[in-house]
Design a protein around this ligand. Structure first.
Ligand code: AP5
Length: 208
């Protein structure tokens, strides 16, 4: 199964991806996580990406496309993957399509997780992540257990200001992927509002 998750920042892509990759036994490939790892490691790519990420802007297509092409060519992604956060622009979607076509492959589904903008800021500013396990929590909606509370991190781009820039980038640069994948007959819309378990149920239903 080759799937893509698109949706605004904080829509719950990472939360749902963690559940889906277990169910479908495919790797979770998150470009946001890859960039955060590069920033932490202080690589030249990480340094270039950090500046864009902290402002809530997209990293350049040339950087991200090369990174994803290398990642999906790895052994664990040969039989499928769940891409989370990529593509985010039409040129990225075209590059992915041509990389897959070259290998005689194609996508099975593009999941669009829909959450209204007015719910996004609360989700983003209350998010906390566990650097040891990768688990995602929310101070109100999905509170962390007390024993991990001290080690949780608040992402640098999870401020209200950066969140608004990320929403602007989503609407201007990523939303055009909706008609792009609709035209390809791949788009599956999922209502991302409600309990995470209910959202997972809706995704499993649309995937059949
Ligand atoms: P990235 O890490 O991909 O961020 P994003 O798309 O903005 O998505 P998020 O990780 O913020 O949210 P999510 O949808 O995964 O939500 P989550 O499950 O955590 O990208 C970060 C940056 O990297 C970009 O801004 C850009 O600079 C760069 N980048 C990455 N990919 C790129 C690309 N392809 N091209 C260019 N640049 C790129 O949930 C959010 C919160 O809500 C959590 O606290 C969670 O507990 C809570 N929550 C989840 N589900 C529910 C629910 N159903 N009800 C209530 N709360 C919920």
């Amino acid at each position: 199964m080759r799937m893509i998750f698109i949706g605004p920042p904080g829509a719950g892509k990472g939360t749902q991806a963690a559940r889906l990759v277990e169910r479908y036994a495919i790797p979770h490939i998150s470009t946001g996580d890859m960039f955060r790892a590069a920033v932490k490691a202080g690589t030249p790519m990480g340094k270039a990406a950090a500046e864009c990420m902290n402002k809530g802007e997209l990293v350049g297509d040339d950087i991200v496309i090369g990174m994803v092409r290398e990642r999906i060519a790895q052994d664990d992604a040969k039989d499928g993957f769940l891409l989370d956060g990529f593509p985010r622009t039409v040129p990225q979607a075209e590059a992915l399509k041509s990389a897959l076509v070259t290998d005689g492959l194609s996508l099975d589904a593009v999941l669009l997780l829909e959450v209204p903008d007015q719910l996004i800021v609360d989700r983003i500013t209350g998010r906390r992540s566990d650097p040891e396990t990768g688990a995602i929590y929310h101070l109100t909606f999905s509170p962390p257990p007390a024993e991990v509370a001290d080690r949780l991190v608040h992402r640098k781009d999870d401020t209200e200001e950066a969140c608004r820039s990320r929403l602007d980038a989503y609407h201007s640069q990523t939303a055009p992927l909706v008609p792009f994948y609709e035209a390809e007959g791949l788009l599956k819309r999922v209502d991302g509002v409600g309990k995470p378990d209910d959202v997972t149920g809706r995704i499993v239903t649309v995937l059949g």
